[in-house]
Design a protein around this ligand. Sequence first.
Ligand SMILES: Cc1cc2nc3c(=O)[nH]c(=O)nc-3n(C[C@H](O)[C@H](O)[C@H](O)COP(=O)(O)OP(=O)(O)OC[C@H]3O[C@@H](n4cnc5c(N)ncnc54)[C@H](O)[C@@H]3O)c2cc1C
Length: 395
Amino acid sequence: MKFTIVGGGFGGVKAALELAKNKSNKITLITDKPDFQYYPALYGTATGYSHLQSWVPLGTVFADKLNIEVVIDSVETLNPEDKTITGKSGASYSYDNLILALGSVTTYFGIKGLDQYTYGIKSEAEIRELKQHLYEEMAVNREVEKQYVIIGGGPTGVELASALGTYIRRLRRRYHLPYKRVGVTLIEASPRLLPRMSETTSAKVKKRLKKLGVSVQLAKKVEEADADGLMVSGKPLASHTIIWTSGVANNPFFAANAKHFELSPNGKVVVNKYMRTKDDIYVIGDNAFTPFSGLAQTALHDAVFISKNFKRKQQNKALKPYKVVKPPVVVPLGDKWAAFEWKFIKLYGWPASLIRRAADAVGYHDILPVGTALGVWRTQTEIEEDYFAPTPTKK
Ligand SMILES: Cc1cc2nc3c(=O)[nH]c(=O)nc-3n(C[C@H](O)[C@H](O)[C@H](O)COP(=O)(O)OP(=O)(O)OC[C@H]3O[C@@H](n4cnc5c(N)ncnc54)[C@H](O)[C@@H]3O)c2cc1C
């Protein structure tokens, strides 16, 4: 069978790997970047740890998979009538079986100034920009901010808040700046952190962040950003380092091709019990309107699910319907501390941090052969100063 997969992230790569197990399958994976991005590690790379934990070249991921071809292009237009999809390059790709796994994008909810005056950590380019800014501010202008501000009390925001203070203190020593207290403020619009987890976990995480010196501001609305800082629930908050970790929306490809999809109120694609749309296209991962969409483990689960059904189809067996699985969630907060939740189990502190380390090892192995996965996993604890070599600014 021939498969065209769009998206080289968790869902797309896993689907390609599963389908490639049948050597007679031919898979074309179209994606806009040459690397697989391991999102759960981005906050580590943003705070001075190895970049190797966050990006793995697709060439490495598919090194021994001769029936997978990778095409770098950004898809724009879907034409189910003639079973083609068109890329930004102008190329048109015909498909037999199409799997869409394009992931999410950042949104600023229309809040004035956020796109211009805040930093992000969701890609290599964003992390590079943040590091260049910190270099200019600290090494060139010899300044340490009074407040480093993170917006968004979801997993990415709290993970980053737990690590940013330590990183800034390390940079302060590296650039030989005089001692100054480093303030980290975390702003969240809802009344508690990690709103998708239990209230007990929210309270424990808040306490942990307080212990790490983070000032947590809950039920506070960011109204505007400008060159001097933020307006938060009517009060100014001065900072030149503001990191936006909130605001996730479905990939704009689906709104642009809306006539071919039924979209849910949050813009995700409604799929049937086989993860298919009305035009017989498969939509998985963050793009699909499923209860736990928005998690890497859901994207992996979806990819395995559709691949197994393709195998059943090839063996003339009956297809199985989609089973919703609630993935465990484990959020690391600084050295040897994490919060873990799964069904009725809740764990905090050192045991949960061990679970997180193990979960990352499994996460890499979901995509990479065991030796490569362990090699990448080991880099998670390696401090790296020079990969994002800052550009010296002329004064
Ligand atoms: C900072 C951060 C931290 C996270 N931490 C965790 C965590 O700890 N645990 C967890 O379970 N989940 C986590 N998530 C969520 C998780 O990463 C996503 O749910 C998961 O990546 C979804 O997989 P996907 O395949 O749907 O999309 P993605 O993995 O995002 O892959 C989409 C791919 O499509 C490509 N693409 C996009 N548009 C186009 C186009 N037009 N044409 C071609 N290619 C395109 C992208 O470049 C990307 O390669 C985190 C997310 C972020 C942003």
